[in-house]
Design a protein around this ligand. Structure first.
Ligand code: APR
Length: 173
């Protein structure tokens, strides 16, 4: 799937149509990539997020990118890892699917995802990477508007896990 690219980078620096934020249900900012995106976008992002009145886990909402190089930000809320029997896998897949559907609806062509739920939310890296890669590939197989999806890793361990997951994706995937 050559429209998926794994990169080691800071998502706030990417000049793509839209970057995805790993937010919490309040959409009012936090640490990790959420904090980095809000810092880079400036205070107008939080002002717009306040109008969205939150976002349930597994769903996604879109805002402008303000001071970011990206035109838009899609805020999605990943599941907190609770051992795997609380529907976490379906909710994480839903984050990727809803975010891509929002981007498609907005007519966008290039997206960048962080490794959703793999930080504070504690999702096991190999499982999260497999869900990310397979869900993105599944949506791409039915859509030719999206030209590129970057899966942005912030450290070597995450990069290795995502690269393995992409390598395991069946050629028809
Ligand atoms: N660019 C790309 N990836 C980043 C960046 C960045 N600038 N900063 C952090 N990351 C990576 C982390 O290393 C991790 O692999 O993003 C991944 C997701 O980690 P978190 O940001 O902790 O997100 P998550 O695990 O989904 O937890 C979400 O954390 O920051 C709060 O408000 C947020 O409550 C929410 C929770």
């Amino acid at each position: 799937m050559n429209r998926i690219q794994i990169i080691l980078d800071d998502i706030t620096c990417l000049s793509v149509d839209v970057i995805v934020n790993a937010a919490n249900e309040s959409l009012l900012g936090g640490g990790g990539v959420d904090g980095a995106i809000h810092r880079a976008a400036g205070h107008e992002l939080l002002a717009e997020c306040r109008t969205l009145k939150g976002c349930p886990t597994g769903q996604a909402k879109i805002t402008l990118g303000y001071q970011l190089p990206a035109r838009f930000v899609i805020h999605t809320v990943g599941p907190i890892w609770r051992g795997g029997a609380a529907g976490e896998a379906g909710l994480l897949a839903s984050c990727y699917r809803c975010s891509m559907e929002l981007a498609i609806g907005q007519g966008l062509a290039t997206l960048a995802f962080p490794s959703i739920s793999c930080g504070v939310y504690g999702y096991p890296l190999a499982q999260a990477a497999e869900i990310a890669v397979s869900t993105v590939a599944q949506v791409l197989s039915g859509n030719d508007q999206i030209r590129k999806v970057y899966l942005v890793c912030f450290n070597a361990e995450v990069f290795a896990a995502y690269t393995r997951a992409l390598g395991l994706l069946s050629p028809t995937g």
